[in-house]
Write a protein that binds this ligand. Structure first.
Ligand code: DGT
Ligand code: CA
Ligand code: CA
Ligand code: ZN
Length: 575
């Protein structure tokens, strides 16, 4: 059964493909509208299909309903496959260059025969793109920049994408009768923000049928190795995956080894050697062969043999985790179940897809006791930011909703207020003072120099009404570099002013980066794991934030939204 969001992506891709082939705009729009409708649907899709109610939603034609029904049931749509096959595969890569939409890509294809990134680079280098109608020299430069970034970024995949691809493969492996144990290892298991390749590990005494299954998995595009102990494939979206099959008694050593990181492994091996053991993916060996080397029936025993407590994979980056484990001093990492509510979420009032009530209902389904709404402020006009009067109206609406008792979840009124060039805010102190909480964020002037950018952010942090600073560095993984900002200085300012630095849990952002959180928490900075949800599904981003918080050694105590509603209100100075 295909997820709603996945069906929506297929519809969006169909719209793109149709636009590339030069189809009429009405047809194209029908598909992208269909995708939007699906994304914002709160009713149960299967129910709507079963009762023929899907067709009654305005904008849902018969053809669309058919296709959604097929996708839901089969996970694949012949019409989509055929359409895709009718277009050079390289065009779908070209379209991913920032600034290139289907219209432009079609023009490049029809007029300059661009069917691949290589050809695109060629026609940019020769200046032909600048001369095309609707392009110009600036566009040409931007395209070249985009190609350069693509090469630099192309090798790594965002964690959430990698996890989505890995999950069905792991489930499939676990289902094979010959498989005793199966796990995914590597950077995916360590919760790195991006993943280079997938590493699967299986325990079995019969590797052949497992390897055959793996290289014939439907998503495999190319088989680069097909052996008895190791196979490697390239999957549909370019990600590589390795599978290793080991005998059961080696499994936990191999799991430890292939989980990494390399730095962690090196430190573990040194420690083993100091105890007369050599350590590898096969297990321990006594160096002088006088003692019997210990085995391991689980991962705990691998660590125990070296006098250590089990180390959570997130911490295995060679940053002192072994020393802390030896002292039995590892932090008790925050867990998803600790989350009691979430701040920083958007509604249809600004650029969100769901209404206040829909968001509240969804938050309640998570079992949360509070939901912080912070729509954009007026300077973010492209996101339909609220001015003072619309904000006042929203506060009123939130009060009414809370009083109505319709939901158990308490909605908190906030704002994601823009930080202006000089560090002042988009609303006056008087306006901010009426809110339950305030997130201050940078949304423009990304190119200010480090000093000015830092000064501007610190000034916002110093404002007594600002509770949190949002997505501190503005990075978008694989897409946009962080802007220049002196993070160490910001951390000091946040500590001095009791201002939270948000951990933005959107999988594109994961901002602030995990590498800073140990330092921040040691300085006494509190964080809040904020989904920055623009629809009800994105409330679930909180899980990504928890993973990064764990990677940053954070405990429940370091995270405001693990506290109960009364405690949170007290921290915010509200009732
Ligand atoms: P990635 O794929 O770049 O996101 O990062 P990893 O950590 O998944 O790296 P990968 O796939 O090259 O290797 C998986 C693990 O195998 C790695 O984390 C540690 C272990 N490993 C690989 N090569 C070496 C090595 O040369 N020495 C040691 N000690 N361990 C290694
Ligand atoms: Ca890997
Ligand atoms: Ca690998
Ligand atoms: Zn924002």
């Amino acid at each position: 059964m295909m997820e709603k969001s996945a069906i929506a992506s297929v519809l969006d891709e169909i719209a793109t493909l149709l636009e590339l082939t030069g189809e009429n705009p009405f047809k194209i729009r029908a598909y992208s509208n269909g995708a939007r409708i699906l994304e914002t649907l709160t009713e149960d899709l299967d129910e709507l299909i079963k009762t023929d109610k899907l067709a009654e939603i305005p904008g849902m034609g018969e053809a669309l309903v058919d296709k959604i029904t097929t996708l839901r049931r089969d996970g694949i749509l012949p019409f989509h496959q055929k359409l895709k096959a009718s277009i050079p595969a390289g065009l779908l890569e070209v379209i991913q260059i920032p600034g290139l939409g289907p219209k432009k890509v079609r023009a490049l294809w029809v007029q300059l025969q661009v069917e691949s990134i290589e050809k695109l680079k060629e026609v940019c280098d020769s200046g032909q793109v600048a001369e095309l109608k609707g392009f110009g020299a600036k566009t040409q430069t931007n395209i070249l920049e985009g190609i350069k970034n693509r090469i630099a970024y192309g090798k790594r995949h965002r964690w959430a994408d990698a996890a989505e691809i890995a999950a069905p493969i792991l489930a499939g492996l676990k289902n094979l009768p010959q498989v005793k144990l199966a796990e995914s290892a590597g950077s995916l298991r360590r919760s790195r923000e991006t993943v280079g390749d997938l590493d699967f590990l299986v325990a079995s005494s019969e590797p052949k049928p497992i390897m055959d299954w793996f290289v014939n998995y439907p998503g495999v595009k190319e088989v680069s190795a097909h052996g008895e102990t190791k196979s490697s494939v390239r999957l549909e979206n370019g990600i590589q995956a390795d599978l290793r099959v080991v005998p059961e008694e080696q499994f936990y050593f191999a799991l430890h080894h292939f989980t990494g990181s390399k730095e962690h492994n090196v430190a573990m091996r040194q420690r083993a050697l100091s105890q007369g053991l050599s350590m590898s993916e096969w297990g321990f060996k006594s160096v002088d062969e006088k003692q019997k080397a210990p085995g391991a029936k689980n991962e705990e025993e691998v660590f125990k043999a070296l006098g250590l407590k089990w180390i959570p994979p997130e911490l295995r980056e060679g940053a002192g985790e072994i020393e802390e484990s030896e002292k039995n001093n590892l932090p008790k990492l925050v867990a998803f179940e600790d989350i009691k509510g979430v701040f920083h979420n958007h509604t249809t009032a600004s650029d969100g897809d769901h209404t206040l009530e829909q968001m509240a209902a969804a938050a309640e389904k998570f079992g949360w006791s509070y939901l912080g709404i912070s729509d954009h402020s007026k300077s973010s006009f492209q996101a339909r930011g609220l001015d003072e009067s619309r904000l006042a109206q929203q506060i009123e609406e939130i009060n009414k909703l809370n009083q109505s008792g319709k939901f158990k979840v308490r909605v908190l009124s906030g704002s994601e207020v823009d930080i202006m060039r000089d560090g002042s805010l988009d609303f006056t102190d008087e306006v901010l003072g009426k809110l339950d909480f305030v997130v201050a964020s940078v949304h423009n002037l990304f190119t200010l120099n480090k000093e000015e950018q830092t000064k501007r952010i610190i000034k916002a942090i110093e404002n007594e009404h600002v509770d949190m600073v949002g997505h501190l560095t503005g990075r978008l993984l694989n897409k946009r570099e962080p802007y220049e900002v002196d993070i160490a200085k910001v951390i000091d300012a946040a500590a001095a002013n009791d201002t939270i630095i948000e951990l933005n849990a959107n999988p594109w952002r994961l901002d602030l980066d995990w590498r800073w959180w140990r330092r921040a928490s040691e300085k006494g900075v509190l964080t809040s794991i904020n989904p920055d949800a623009h629809d009800i599904e994105q409330l679930g981003f909180a899980a990504h934030g928890v993973r990064i918080a764990r990677k940053g050694w954070l405990t429940k105590e370091n995270v405001l939204n693990t506290r109960s509603l009364p405690e949170v209100l007290k921290w915010l100075g509200r009732q």
